[in-house]
Design a protein around this ligand. Structure first.
Ligand code: NAP
Length: 249
């Protein structure tokens, strides 16, 4: 029996990287998973790759009407959500002095507004025993050059979970932050190219990480599964790092 047998999960940003690895693992553990993303083509590819017990719903988490459409599809299909992974997120490299209003709004609209309404609009479909996982980052607790806007958006995620744990008191619904460190996904590879070369960026992460490697998406998905499953039943309001120790030393 899988750790999520019979559960219904929603993974935003499930067509790539961490979200895709999480959706695959959840399905292999017995869940039915709804995945989202803005790019229909990537979503179709991900649905095919996962192979079954999955539905793709195209949408942008920063648009409330798209979230309404997502949850209407989940309601029609299964009538409830047991596990919600608010994972969709992005960031751009802009040092202080070069931060644009456009990048500020994009980052906060997707990472903060998107997370707030992804969670709030899911609540009517959730019940006692439900688990919400919001994706933070080691960047939320460390300084990173040219990444302050993204890092501040992830610091906001940390407090949302602390406060929501109190708002959810008495409901039996848990909420925790999963904070990855450097993980080999399309987003990190893209950032590496922007920073002047993926190999140099990865080498600097490896040198700062006690476990001596950049994580794979599957490493992080395993920790997400722990937070999704009954194994973490005594945890709410916590932040769990899957970072090879990089932000712990
Ligand atoms: P990724 O491969 O680029 O995946 C990001 C996912 O988010 C994609 O599925 C993307 O799909 C989706 N997305 C982005 N904006 C969206 C929007 N407005 N509405 C709906 N979906 C949206 O990146 P990743 O590395 O897996 O990142 C996943 C999460 O982990 C993010 O929150 C990121 O900040 C966090 N994280 C990553 C790392 C790392 O090293 N990789 C470290 C710490 C934290 P579409 O483009 O099709 O919309």
């Amino acid at each position: 029996m899988g750790k999520l047998t019979g559960k219904v999960a929603v993974v935003t940003g499930g067509n790539s990287g961490l979200g895709l690895a999480t959706a695959k693992l959840f399905v292999s553990e017995g869940a039915y998973v709804y995945i989202t993303g803005r790019r229909q083509e990537e979503l179709d590819k991900a649905v095919k790759e996962i192979g079954g017990n999955v539905t793709g719903v195209q949408g942008d988490v920063s648009k409330l009407a798209d979230l309404d459409r997502l949850y209407a599809a989940v309601k029609a299909g299964h009538g409830r959500i047991d596990v919600l992974v608010a994972n969709a997120g992005l960031g751009t490299l802009e040092p202080l002095g070069h931060i644009t209003e456009e990048a500020y709004y994009l980052t906060f609209d997707v990472n903060v507004k998107g997370t707030i309404f992804t969670v709030q609009k899911a609540l009517p479909l959730m019940q006692a025993g439900g688990s919400i996982i919001v994706t933070g980052s080691t960047a939320g607790v460390t300084g990173t050059p040219a990444f302050s806007t993204y890092s501040a958006s992830k610091a906001a995620i940390r407090n949302l979970a602390r406060s929501w744990a109190l708002d959810l008191k008495g409901t039996g619904i848990r909420v925790n932050v999963l904070s990855p460190g450097a993980t080999d996904t399309p987003a990190l590879r893209h950032l590496g190219e922007l920073a002047g070369g993926k190999d140099a960026l990865y080498a600097s992460f490896v040198s700062q990480t006690p476990l001596g490697r950049v994580s794979d998406p599957e490493d992080v998905a395993a920790v997400t599964l722990f937070l999704a499953s009954n194994d973490s039943r005594s945890m709410t309001g916590s932040e769990v790092f899957a970072d090879g120790g990089s932000a712990q030393v």
